[in-house]
Ligand binder design. Structure first.
Ligand code: SRM
Ligand code: SF4
Length: 579
């Protein structure tokens, strides 16, 4: 990595940008007021901490280059929604902003946030200001810092563990936010807008730095992005093993919160042909009682802050630190930082498979919720399905809070039973299919955005996924498997944004039009997939999978899922089938 001078020391460029940013301000602030279409590399890096990525329309790149024109720059904005919770007014604002300043779509992400694409530099301030005005935020949704905190989105009001998961998603999200005021200084120029205050961090001697602004992060922030989720023992929709820190709520027999089982060191990202990069599952660190959890979480983060690799960004995620040290040493150092010993992991059964919140379900308080499948998370209107308008209509008539799901789906909550007929009518009127009209493959499939917005995409994902899924579904149904669930996930590169290494069939872009095929992950998310084939053309994928599916149909045990079957027979046997 290139090093640049930073005072006395020579530090890598990425680190120097953070240090010179004066707590996430410069050179972003100076460049914001300039009449340009885009930012310098350093400003774009700082911008990420404010929740936005500089992108360009990759469909137009070549033509513009040939004409000697600059790229068609625009910005993606990502919101912060701990536990996926979106109040009705914020939903309406985001829907408006997508039309007025974005590309007319809203995208539910795999970490329960919303993304707006296509915002021009000149409009960034207006859009962020409107989001903050409605008590929303984009702060720290990207960059080398803790990202959106996930939790099971189901609004089961009568199940305390779900409530604790949501409550702690909010609390820990606030705890791990940066303390700099740069975000508000840069984007808010309307004094009427209430600026949220965070409580000062209570000084923890071994964990907090002697830094006047950022006691937890310091002026260099983290070596790399950092991701946390909380779940409950009978629900792994958040893919808890893929997180830097995964917490599992543990309650006593009366439903009182006792504390949290803690997993550390999960992550998906890898790079093709770089063997030293790989996906990893989180490992059990131990159990922390309620009154210790905030200290322990900060201690884990501080260990990654101090020992994570700041020289090689491909080795900088905490998963590599845990992997290199081993869980025992990692635990020891966390305990030193926290100044306490962790308790042993509280035994819990394996997570169940097949938890999903689609369709109408009781909330447990007399009200209902409705889980809607959002294909590839993209809320938009097409000729046949006017999903965006339908959701807007429901929002205007009923002002329902929304919960975003880690599966790129969405839940409308707090529905009076008497409203069910009207809501169903609105959805039908706009051509929106109800989940029970969709095949299991459609309900469960996920694809990352890839082209044309993602700067790292090697090939297509979101745009080809619906057709591909339909073809895979046809093969699956031809074999008489139509009612059997199958988790298919696709990404346009190996970074793993749709968590394909935790899918029963994971399709990972390798070169334009070609995909690596991974199989054998556990449907409950506690086992990684393995590579079945290195490179298959998009057009060949459905037929390539046919003999493997046929073998599964013939040889599976009763009730055995495809992912478990592939693991049992092994990829070598499956490869022989098609050889
Ligand atoms: Fe991701 C980078 C989209 C969840 C691993 N991810 C990107 C960027 C920002 C590309 C970039 O850096 O220029 C993508 C923007 C595309 C676009 O046009 O919108 C992008 N990631 C997404 C989203 C929108 C995919 C989706 O289908 O929803 C998800 C937004 C989540 C959010 O709301 O915060 C998203 N990304 C994930 C996940 C899944 C998760 O977090 O549960 C992963 C794998 C888990 C992990 O982090 O290990 C993931 N994204 C990456 C990586 C690889 C990180 C690594 O450790 O190597 C990158 C590239 C990087 O960081 O260098 C990346
Ligand atoms: Fe982009 Fe790759 Fe993430 Fe897809 S997996 S959004 S192509 S970085």
């Amino acid at each position: 990595m290139t090093a640049v001078s930073s005072g006395d020391a020579r530090v890598p460029r990425h680190e120097a940008v953070k240090i010179h940013s004066h707590y996430l301000k410069e050179p972003l602030a100076s460049e914001l007021s300039q009449p340009t279409t885009h930012f310098s590399e350093a400003a774009a890096q700082v911008l990420k901490f404010h929740g936005s990525y500089q992108q360009d329309d990759r469909d137009q790149r070549q033509a513009l280059r040939q004409q000697g024109l600059e790229r068609a720059f625009s910005f993606m904005l990502r919101t912060r929604q701990p536990g996926g919770h979106v109040p009705p007014l914020l939903y309406r604002t985001l829907d408006d902003l997508a039309d007025r300043y974005g590309n007319g779509t809203l995208r539910v992400t795999t970490r329960q946030t919303f993304q707006l694409h296509g915002v021009l530099k000149a409009n960034l301030q207006t859009v962020i200001q409107e989001i903050v005005r409605q008590m929303g935020s984009t702060l720290a949704t990207c960059g080398d810092i803790n990202r959106n905190l996930m939790a099971p989105p189901a609004p089961f009001r009568n199940r305390p563990s779900y409530r604790y998961a949501q409550e702690y998603a909010r609390r820990l999200s606030n705890l791990l936010l940066p303390r700099t005021r740069s975000y508000y200084e840069l984007w808010i120029d309307d004094e009427e807008i209430p600026i949220p205050e965070l409580p000062a961090l209570q000084k923890l001697p071994r964990i907090h730095l002697d830094d006047p602004v950022e006691p937890l992060y310091g002026n260099q922030y983290l070596p790399r992005k950092f991701k946390c989720a909380i779940t409950v023992p009978d629900d792994n929709t958040v893919d808890i093993y893929s997180q830097d820190i995964g917490l599992i709520v543990i309650t006593d027999a009366k439903g009182q919160l006792r504390g949290f089982n803690i997993l550390v060191g999960g992550g998906m990202g890898r790079t093709h042909n770089k063997e030293e990069t790989f996906p990893l599952l989180g490992q059990p660190l131990g159990f922390a009682p309620v009154d210790a959890i905030e200290t322990v979480i900060q201690a884990i983060l501080a260990v990654q802050r101090d020992y994570g690799n700041r020289h090689d960004r491909k080795q900088a995620r905490m998963k590599y630190l845990v992997h290199q040290w081993g869980i025992r040493k990692f635990r020891q150092v966390v305990q030193q930082y926290a100044g306490m010993k962790l308790k042993p992991w509280h035994p819990i059964p394996p997570f169940p498979s097949g938890v999903n919140y689609l369709g109408w379900q009781p909330q447990g308080d007399g009200k209902l919720f409705l889980g809607l499948s959002i294909p590839t998370g993209r809320i938009r209107d097409t000729e046949t399905c006017r999903l965006k308008t339908a959701l807007r209509r429901i929002n205007e008539e009923f002002a329902l809070p929304v919960q975003l799901c880690p599966t790129q789906d969405l839940i409308l909550t707090d529905i009076e039973p008497a409203w069910r007929g009207r809501i169903t009518h609105i959805l039908r009127e706009h051509g929106v299919p109800l989940p029970d009209e969709l095949s299991p493959l459609r309900q469960l499939g996920m694809a990352c955005p890839a082209l044309p917005t993602c700067g790292l995409a090697i090939t297509e994902s979101e745009r080809v996924f619906p057709d591909l899924l339909q073809q895979i579904e046809t093969v699956w149904a031809d074999l008489g498997l139509g009612d059997t669930p199958l988790i298919v996930r696709m990404t346009g590169c190996p970074n793993g944004c749709a968590r394909p290494y935790l899918a029963e069939v994971g399709l990972v872009g390798t070169s334009p039009g070609y995909y690596q095929v991974w199989v054998g992950a556990s449907p409950n998310g506690d086992r990684l997939a393995q590579v079945l084939w290195e490179k298959v053309a998009l057009t060949d994928l459905p037929q390539a999978l046919r003999p493997v599916f046929a073998y599964y149909k013939q040889e599976r045990y009763m009730g055995e899922r495809f992912g478990d079957f592939c693991q049992r027979v092994g990829v070598t046997r499956l490869q022989e089938l098609v050889a």
